[in-house]
Design a protein. Sequence first.
Lengths: 478, 57
Amino acid sequence: MTEVDITSKTMDGIGPHGVKVGLLRVLGPAHVWALGVGIVLVGEYMGWNFAVGKGGAYAALIACWFAGILYTCVAMIDSEVTSTVASAGGQYTQAKHIVGPLMAFNVGLYLVFAYTMLEAANAITAGYLVSVVATITGHEGALNQRPFIILVIMFLAWLNYRGVLATLTFNLVITAFAFAAILILFLSTSGIIGAGIMDHAALFEGHELPYGWIGILASLHFGLWYYLGIEGTTQAAEEVRSPARALPFGTLAGIMTLLIAATLTWYVCSGVLPWEFLGDGVNGSVAPLFDTARLSGSAGLVWLLGFGTLFATLASANGCINDASRAWFAMGRDKYLPGWFGAVHPKYRTPYRAIVFLVPIALIFALGAPLDQVITFSILSGLLGYTFMPLNIIMFRRKWPLNSIKRGYEHPFHPLPAITLLTLCGVTFFAVFLGYGTQLVAMIGFYIVVSLWFHFWRYRFVNRGAQFTMPWPKPQGY
Amino acid sequence: MGLWNWIEYGAWALSAAFALHMVLDWLRTDSTYPEDVLTSSREGELEAMAEEHKVKS
C-alpha cells in the first residue's frame, strides 16, 4: 500500500480511516425502501396497462396478483440472503459466494443490463413527459426531447457521483410524493372524499375476459411492471448502517407498499377508463393514473398526478444508476471486469468510475434504441435474475443450514417460496416467448457467448483467493 | 424565439455543466490519489470486524 500523508490538504477524504477507502455506511431502512419502491413505482404510473390490452381488466388484475406472489417470494428470499451476504453487488455477490464464478458473472451482467436499460427507458419517458407539458402550455410544433433525456441522465449521474446519502434521500422524497399521489387519487375518485366517479360494473359489462383464458396468459408478463426492480434494494447492502435490520425491513416494507399501490392503481384506473383505451399504452392511455386525474375534472389532481408521474420516472432512473453502478463496481473489485472499475471516490465515497462509465451506455440506449425494445431487454434480464434466485436460496440453505451461520432474516415456509418462484418464472418465460420469442432467444444467445468469453478468457484475471470474503464455516458436504 | 426554445438551451447547458463537473473531478481525483488507494476497497472487511457469524447455542 502506498504511503499517503493523511494531513494533506489536497487529498481530501483520506482521514482517520487511513489510506483505505470504501463505500460509506450511512443509509437506513427508509433509504432501502426508497431505493426499491423508487425503481418500481413508475410501473404503476405507466406500462402495466398493456396487460389490460392483452386480456381485459380482470386479466390485468390476475396478472397483478400473480406477479405480486412472484415478487413477494423474491423479496423474502432476497431479504434472507442479502442480510447475510451484505456487500455491494447484491445478487452478483450472492451468486459468487453460493453458486460459483460463472453464475456470478452472468447475474452481474443481468443486473447491469436490466438497470441500465430501465434507466434509459425512464429518461426517454421523462423527455416525452416534458414534451407533453410543452404542448399543454401552448408550445407549437414538436419539442426536441433530446436535451431533456440527456439532462435527466446527467443530473442523476451527477447526484449519484456526489454521494449516496443525498441520492437516496432525494429518492425518498420524490417516491413518497408519487405514492401519496396514488393514495389521494384513490380517496378522491372512489367517493371516500367528495363524489366518486368510478363505475366498474358498467365498464366491465360484456368485457370481463374479452380474449378468454389465453388473454390472461398473454397479460402475465406485463404484470411484472407493477413490481419490477424491488430486488434492487440488495445493492445498498454495503452502504446501510445495519444490514441485518435495514435490508429485510426496507425490502419487505417495499413489497407491501407496492402490493397496495398496484391494487389501488388497477382499481382506480379500471373503474374510470374504458378497457380499450386503458389497454392501448401507445395510442390510448400512455399514463393511466394521469388520465384518470384528468377525467376527474380536478385541476389539483391533474397537477398532483402530473408531478407524481414525473417524480416516479426520475426516482426509477435514479435508483437504476445507483444499482447498476454498484453491480459494475463489485465486479471490477473482484476482477471479473478490469479492476480499474473497482475504485471508490476518496471524498464522496461512491464508485465514481462505474457511475461515469455507464453514462454513455445509458445515453446510447436512450437516444438510439426504440423504447419497447429497451424495456423488453430490461424485463428479460430481470426475469433471468429471478430464475437464479430460487436455485440460489435452495443451495444457500443446503450449504449453510439455519443453525450454521447468523442471518439477519429467515424467510418462512422454505422451500415453498423458492418452488413457487421457480414455477412462476417458468410460466412467465412461456408468456414472454409467446409475445417476444425472438428477443428472448437472441438474449439467451448473447449470455451464452459472454459466458464462453468469461470461462475461456476472463476468469484467468479473477482474484480467486480474495473473492470469498464472508467469515463463514465450510459449507456442508465440502 | 419562444420560452420552450430557451428551456431547451437551458437543458443543454445544464447537461454540459453536470458532465463537465464529473469529468473534471474524475481527472483531478485520478491525478491526485495513487491508484492503489483508489482501488483499496475490499469486500467484507467491515463484516469481518463487526459480525461474528456464529449462532449462540
